[in-house]
Design a protein around this ligand. Sequence first.
Ligand code: 5AD
Ligand code: SF4
Length: 476
Amino acid sequence: MVDRTERISEENIQRQRDFADKVRTVISALASERGRLYKFRVVTYGCQQNEADSERLAGMLSSMGYEKAQSEADADLILVNTCAVREHAEIRALSVTGQYKHLKERDPELIIGVCGCMVSQEHRLDDIKHRYPYVDFAFGTSYLWKLPEILYTKLTNKKRMFLPDADADGNIAENIPVMRESSYRAWLSVMYGCNNFCTYCVVPHVRGRERSRYKEDIIAEAGKLIADGVKDITLLGQNVNSYGKGLYEGYGFPELLEEIASLDGDFTLRFMTSHPKDATERLIDVMARNEKIAPQLHLPLQSGSDRVLEMMNRRYTLDSYIRLVDYAREKIPGLTLTSDIMVGFPGETEEDFEDTLSALSRIKYDMVFSFIYSRRRNTPAAERPDQIPEDVKGERFRRMLALQSDIGLEINRGYVGKTVRVLCDGASKNDPDMLAGRTDGGKNICFKGSCPEGGYTYVKITDARPFVLMGEESVG
Ligand code: 5AD
Ligand code: SF4
């Protein structure tokens, strides 16, 4: 049960604001002494939740008098917000942190901090403490809101600080300043943590148990975003369909979604992630009848084999999954459906893997986020003796990508000739002469046109690629 006392008291939050003021005083004294601004850089790895956390870290740093730096080389404080979902993400964060050593040698006053999921694990916190002596502090996900106090202590005591995330169940901190990356797309967390304990996954260990924000806080934040001109809001949670459990009777995610969708204003609402065991027809009905909810569903299947799903502790079958997808497609025409698929889970046979391939061919996702199973400490799957050799995992991964790329292309070809509404994200990263954007269904689109960043426009699809639609802005 979520206990109301899990909210961090306003008194404690105020204490952090007081620390922020003290840091601001220290920083502005330093800045005027040196005749220049003090700058921060937050480097983010991992999922949307981490991106949302980084916007809060940036918001707190800005409230403490730091300006945003253009690069790490230009920063007086670097904060690495890490991910722990796969080993690869950890190795990258560690190697990037390693590269900051030379920046510290050049400027011994540079402050380097590491935070987030990776250092919520005690062994990684110890690694950082002992193997990266130039890192000044590290703290896990449950201490994010204490950044002002941590920084103040660092600036005044000069001592290194490593906070074990003993309280990984965390608390909910409201009213933390936020500096958003975009003025027209925004993340909005509705809950934190996860209770599902999929046997491969480290998230419940590093982000703690599920806890929901009060609906009043969420709705007020949504209202503020809309008033600020945000056009595209993504509600975030590890499993949004658990929203409200233990907090409310008879009020869950579908109700929250519908209440936000009924707010006044011109905006689109999305959400992620939905665990298939908890996504209901009621959720689909709410999506179908509310125009402001995007026709987009991210519903991670993970594997097409019931045997593997059971070993993963996913608690649904391929059949029940497909029934829900069929229902959603019937109710929501033009639905964009995406998924997470993992290959090489311990014990996965060639036959299990082929079940996944046939599930992909049967379901036909618009897009799949594909992962090679990565062994995570303290998870049951990591202890299994039947780990799959790396070369077999790699080969399955490539086969899956090839199939999905054909499926994605086939689906995208079906769009050619149609005109779709697009929210423009400015110049394309791959081709500066083209614009990039997303359709209402969240599909990537690259197009010729003159729409300003953050504006809506209509685009006629002229060509298709496996991962992106190509088009031209249609005038009039
Ligand atoms: N190895 C590989 N992929 C993983 N994911 C979660 N844990 C692991 C792991 N140990 C993937 C799942 C999840 C996505 C966010 O990351 O597919 O849905
Ligand atoms: Fe990890 Fe499963 Fe929770 Fe998703 S639902 S965060 S995969 S434990």
